[in-house]
Design a protein around this ligand. Structure first.
Ligand SMILES: [Fe+2]
Ligand SMILES: [Fe+2]
Length: 396
């Protein structure tokens, strides 16, 4: 007789008693689906009959290949499998199933003399084993225990997925909030830059243009977009320190005295100290501090030379001089772009980094004209100067 008195794994606590095992699953729910794999028709049929009697949906397979095909086609909740088949080793089959469906418990059904195989199978991933011949109660208890285990695994999996979804959602919200915050910072900077341009009436629109030119050159040099953003902020606020320069010096129509010149030159350090305390402008403050340094070391305030000058400042220096030369001043008319190019070329290696001058010279005149026309007289945030997709730079 198949159903005799040998129980399953003694270490597994029963998650429901035999009486509960005999209870049929509620009709309103989908009955648990069980795949029974055994090459002995008599045993298969006896197991199937018992399980069906207790309300489970049961399919049977006579060997490993048939079982694998059925597992692909159907959604099972539990597999009961023999150890020996003609086409597969039962433990290999169990491991294969576990790899394909880690949440699908497999209960091994073995003969008493295969107890070592049964224990080995548990070490290798089987949930439980039943030793033949076994009683109906033990079969039902083992089945219910395995199904409860699967339910716990599925609930944990769902919980994990919900958690990951929630974390993703919160991360997205945080990123969005940071972007909005950054945008509001940029709006503030825009107002600050405009205020500066208004005070220093010679340079109206200069901050925006010089920022756009700097971005264009930085893009052509394939500088990382995140770094370009920092450089752009530094370029936009390069003369912020002039806020602290008295009007009688800043707006003096005649040449400055040595003392006045010293005060005027202090705008780099003043600007640096203004920005470095603001966390999101801390990196940009480096550009502000070094924006009057020269490639040959003849600039100020630190007399830095070559690559000791931050790359952003070296790029900015070309953009700044180019815009100054091509803009009208009360005491002179703007130079032509060709004349400004000549001057930039002439200062390569002294005031400017020759590598950056080389990049600058690759831009044709109409691109500078286009960019200038686009910016002048328009309200345009420097953050909107499409760091990634500048129409002018894309033609480079
Ligand atoms: Fe300056
Ligand atoms: Fe400037």
């Amino acid at each position: 007789m198949l159903f005799s008195g040998v129980e399953g794994h003694p270490d597994r606590p029963a998650e429901a008693g035999p009486r509960a095992a005999a209870r049929k699953p509620r009709a309103s729910r989908r009955p648990a689906q069980i795949l029974v794999i055994d090459d002995e028709e008599q045993i298969r049929s006896a197991i199937v009959a018992t399980l069906e009697l207790h309300g489970y949906g049961v399919r049977k397979a006579a060997g490993g290949n048939e079982a694998i095909a059925m597992l692909k086609e159907n959604d099972f909740d539990l597999v009961l499998t023999e150890v020996h088949f003609s086409d597969w080793n039962g433990i290999d089959l169990m491991e294969h199933i576990r790899r394909q469906q880690p949440q699908l418990p497999v209960v091994m059904v073995t003969a008493v003399h295969d107890i070592c195989v049964a224990i080995d199978s548990m070490h290798r991933g089987a949930y439980d084993y039943l030793l033949k011949p076994f009683e109906r109660e033990h079969l039902l208890t083992a089945v219910q225990r395995a199904l409860a285990h699967r339910k716990t695994l599925q609930e944990n999996h769902r919980y994990q997925q919900d958690l990951e979804r929630a974390v993703r959602g919160r991360t997205d919200m945080l990123r969005q909030a940071m972007e909005e915050l950054e945008h509001s910072y940029d709006v503030t900077l825009e107002a600050l830059g405009d205020a500066l341009d208004l005070r220093d009436s010679e340079t109206e629109g200069h901050s925006k243009r010089v920022t756009a030119y700097t971005i264009m050159l930085a893009r052509a040099m394939e500088i990382d977009p995140a770094k370009i953003k920092v450089i752009a902020r530094g370029a936009f606020l390069h003369d912020i320190g002039k806020m602290a320069i008295p009007d009688n010096i800043l707006r003096k129509p005649r040449a400055l005295s040595a003392h006045e010149l010293e005060i005027m030159r202090g705008h780099c350090t003043r600007g640096y100290h203004m920005l470095r305390k603001i966390s999101f402008l801390h990196d940009a403050s480096e550009i502000v501090f070094t924006h009057h340094e020269h490639h040959d070391g003849s600039g100020y305030p630190a007399g830095l030379a070559g690559s000791d000058i931050p790359i952003g400042s070296r790029i900015f220096a070309v953009a700044d001089a180019f815009d100054a030369m091509t803009s009208d001043r009360p005491y002179r008319k703007a130079r032509t772009i060709d004349a400004a190019r000549e001057e930039v070329m002439r200062c390569a290696g002294t005031q400017f980094d020759p590598g950056i001058v080389e990049v600058f010279l690759k831009f044709p005149n109409d691109l500078w004209n286009e960019l200038r026309a686009e910016i002048t007289g328009q309200s345009k945030l420097f953050s909107d100067f499409a760091i990634a997709n500048s129409p002018a730079a894309s033609k480079s």
